[in-house]
Structure formats: C-alpha cells, structure tokens
Write a protein that binds this ligand. Structure first.
Ligand code: HAM
Length: 438
C-alpha cells in the first residue's frame, strides 16, 4: 500500500510552496521596516521549556505536544523501564515564543539597558490536535517577539504592523476582526481569577464538566468554552476590564489610544483569554469569519512580561504575535485572491530535428546565464508536441531552431501572445529577450 503523509500534515506542492516563499518574503519586508531581524531556533527543545513557559495545565502542553525520544533512550525506556531524565525529554515546538525567549536568555541578547531585541521567525510548529479544516498537526507560523520593553508603544506598533501585513498580503480589511483585551498582571489577576472562580462555583450546576475542572486550575479558560450554556453563564461573569490595577489600566488605555490614533479599528473582547499561560496585560487575536469554519483565528499574540524569568532569565518584558500561514491561505481563498502560478517561462527553445539539439542546448544555457527562465524538450518530442509543452509551461516566446536556421545562424522567435514571428540572430536572442521582457 502506498504511504501517505501523516494525518494532519500537508505537502506544499510547487504553486503553494512558491506562495509560501512570497508570503514569508512579504513578512520579512513589512516587519523589517519595524526593525525585526530573523532568528532560527531548533524545531525541538527540552520539554521542560514548554512546560514552564507555556504552562503545564494548557491544552497545548498537557494534550498536544509531540514528544521525541532518541533511539537509545527509547530502547532503555521500553526494555528496561528507565524513563529518560528531564534533559533528554524533547518536544517538537508547538509554538515559537518559548524557544525564542530561551534563545534571548541563553545568548543574553538583551543586556541590561540595551534597546529591545526585535526578532522574527517563520517555520513549522507541531500540535497533536484533532485535524480539521484550518487545524493541522504540522502548521506554519510567522511570528515576531520584541523583548526588553514594556511600553505600550511596542504593543501598538506590533498590532499596527500585523494589520499592515494582512493588508499587504491581500486579506481585505473588512474581512478581518481585531479583538483586544488586557489580561492584567501578577498584581491584579490573582484577585480577578478568584472572583471568576467564586462566580463559577455559584453557577456550578449550569457549567459543563470541563469548565468546572478548569475552574480549579485556570478559571479564565472557561471564557473560551464553545458550549452555548457555558458561554451564556460566562457572559455574566466579572470582567477583567473592571478589575485591572491602575498600572495595567493605564497601559491598556495607552495601547487603545495609540491604535485609535493610527486609525486601527478593534473590538474589545472580555472573553479573549488566549490558550497559553504566559500572557500578561495586552492580548489580541485576528479572526476571519468567511470560509474558515471553527478555526477562524489567523493570528494572535500579546504581552508576556514574566516569561523570561520563567525560563531562567532576568526580568525582561516581552510582546509578540504569530500568524498561521495555512489559515491565511484559507482567508485569501475565501476573499477570491488570485494566487500566482509557480511556473513562468520566458523562452522555450524548440528543435525541428535532433541535429540542432546541441546548439539548442547551448542557447538555453546562454539565456539562463542571462537570468531568463528557459526550457527545452528533453524527450525527443515532435515539433507539434514541443509547442504544446511550451503552451503548458506558459512560455512567453518560442525559438524554433531547424537545420536551415542553424545554417543561417538564426532562430525563428515566436511571440506566443501576439503570434508574430521574426528571425533573430542566435547571438542576439538574449538581447532580444531582454528588450521584449524588460
Ligand atoms: P496561537 O494563537 O496558539 O499563538 O497561534 C498563532 C496562530 O497560529 C493562530 O492564530 C493560528 O492562525 C495558527 N495556528 C495555531 N494552531 C494551529 C493549528 N493546529 N493548525 C493551523 N494553524 C494553527 C501562539 O502560538 C503564540 N506563540 C503567539 C505569540 C507570539 N504570542 C506572543 N508571541
């Protein structure tokens, strides 16, 4: 039986892979203007990093991580019952923030008093979720992290930059909803969390079992419950915006004022709690309703002022976001976006017979060396089939080379758009292509 790609993973075929390259390049260009520089971190990290960084009780860590065990450790575990020690337990990264912050701490990228480190990454993330439309086990994120500044300008510029990116890549602004909330900080959140828990305890009979179990560990997660009865109950729960401490309220108001000033439209959403435990203060998510199904978040992020300490570094405030490539593609499809064709061909060199093949081969090389995308037949097709192939490749021009042309030192150059033909000296084909294409 043929072997297929694992459940929840996808191949990016040439058209899609080409689009991914362009998409990533657009992000590099847009985020580069804001000072973000690339960073590459390993796809595997010590499991402990995610447990401490993202939070042991989160779905991502408790249920969705792919944990990798090297061959020898696996053998010892299976055959001798000796579980690998903490350092040998590795997990495929479910997201990019924890690894980036680990790298910042490890390489001291934000020494005391330094300007913030602005970093961006693009690549695969892995979560063992139940696959469905827009939800994969291997998916592709582009993310940014800014470490070393807690000012609200950082939050606002990151959100503005994210919206610029969606616009640049072609997701219409009116298809997007930007949701905003503040999660408070270690000063105000514990008391707020207790209030929510007390409220949930009072309404215990109306909430689902998962919410009640959540009430023990992280009651705020109940705001995320998809169950309609729970949503109705949680709509009456205390709102974080009424319980922020003065510093958090001031920070949140400043972020909103900066967004207002930049003309960025957002909706405040008290239910937005995000699924990762490291967030403090600002959180945001971008959702698209059309064509997305249940998985409608195309990006999200927020501030995480305690994460660096959580992974062993000195206090270093941080903020970032990640956007999902696959979900952006769904949003673009729903918006009727025209995706580029992978194949472009400036010139196809067609051979009338086999005797001219060597000269045709040399001509193809000359054109390629000059930077033109050039192709010829390699399977001894008839002239008619060569024209068909040229058509299939979308060739803009076809140079026909036969014994007569060779004797004269010319090729017949056909413009496939206008169907006009002209004889061109072989040593002038490159120049002619340059004039025609540029
Ligand atoms: P997240 O909300 O878990 O945040 O993921 C960010 C985006 O990745 C989502 O909005 C979605 O577009 C995409 N995504 C997540 N899971 C899947 C999946 N299973 N299949 C397809 N796409 C998916 C984070 O990962 C945080 N690290 C963001 C961040 C950066 N916060 C601060 N800095």
């Amino acid at each position: 039986m043929a072997i297929n790609a694992p459940k929840g993973t996808r191949d990016l075929l040439p058209d899609q892979a080409l689009f991914w390259n362009q998409f990533r390049q657009t992000a590099t260009d847009v985020f580069g203007v804001y000072g973000y520089l690339p960073i590459e971190t390993p796809l595997i990290e010590q499991t402990e990093l995610f447990v401490r960084g993202i939070g042991e009780a989160t779905d991502v860590v408790s249920k969705e991580m792919f944990t990798a065990i090297s061959g020898e450790n696996l053998r010892r575990w299976v055959e001798e019952g000796e579980a690998p020690d903490a350092k040998s337990r590795l997990s495929l990264r479910p997201e990019g923030t924890a690894g980036t912050v680990r790298a910042v701490v490890q390489h001291d990228l934000v020494p005391q008093g330094a300007a913030p480190a602005k970093l961006m990454y693009a690549g695969p993330m892995f979560r063992a979720e139940r696959p469905q439309k827009g939800r994969y086990r291997q998916f592709t994120q582009i993310g940014v992290e800014c470490l070393g500044a807690e000012e609200p300008t950082i939050d606002a510029e990151a959100i503005i930059m994210l919206m610029r990116f969606y616009e640049k890549v072609g997701i219409p602004r009116d298809a997007i909803r930007l949701l905003l909330n503040s999660m408070g900080c270690e000063q105000c959140r514990p008391a707020y969390r207790d209030r929510v828990k007390a409220y949930m305890d009072e309404r215990a009979g109306e909430l689902c079992g998962t919410c009640m179990a959540r009430a023990e560990v992280n009651p705020l997660r109940a705001f995320d419950c998809k169950n309609q009865a729970c949503a109705a109950v949680m709509a009456g729960a205390p709102k974080i915006s009424d319980h922020l401490c003065d510093d958090c309220r001031e920070h949140y108001e400043a972020v909103k004022a900066l967004l207002d000033g930049a003309g960025v439209v957002y909706e405040e959403d008290y239910k937005l709690v995000r699924g990762l435990d490291y967030y403090t203060r600002t959180v945001f998510e971008v959702q698209v309703d059309d064509g997305m199904g249940a998985q409608n978040a195309i990006g999200g992020g927020g501030r995480y002022d305690k994460l660096a300490e959580e992974v062993g570094g000195r206090p270093t405030p941080g903020l970032g976001f990640a956007l999902g490539f696959e979900r952006c593609v769904l949003a673009l499809e729903a918006a009727g976006h025209e995706f580029p064709r992978a194949q472009r061909c400036d010139l196809f060199v067609a051979c009338v017979d086999d005797l001219v093949r060597a000269r045709a081969f040399a001509l193809v090389q000359e054109c390629r060396d000059a930077g033109f995308i050039c192709e010829m037949d390699h399977q001894k097709r008839s002239l008619k089939s060569q024209f068909k192939l040229a058509d299939k490749l979308g060739a803009a021009r076809v140079a026909v080379l036969g014994p007569d042309e060779l004797a004269e030192g010319v090729a017949t150059l056909r413009d496939m758009g206008t169907h006009t033909e002209a004889k061109v000296r072989l040593d002038e084909v490159v120049g002619e292509l340059g004039r025609a294409i540029l």
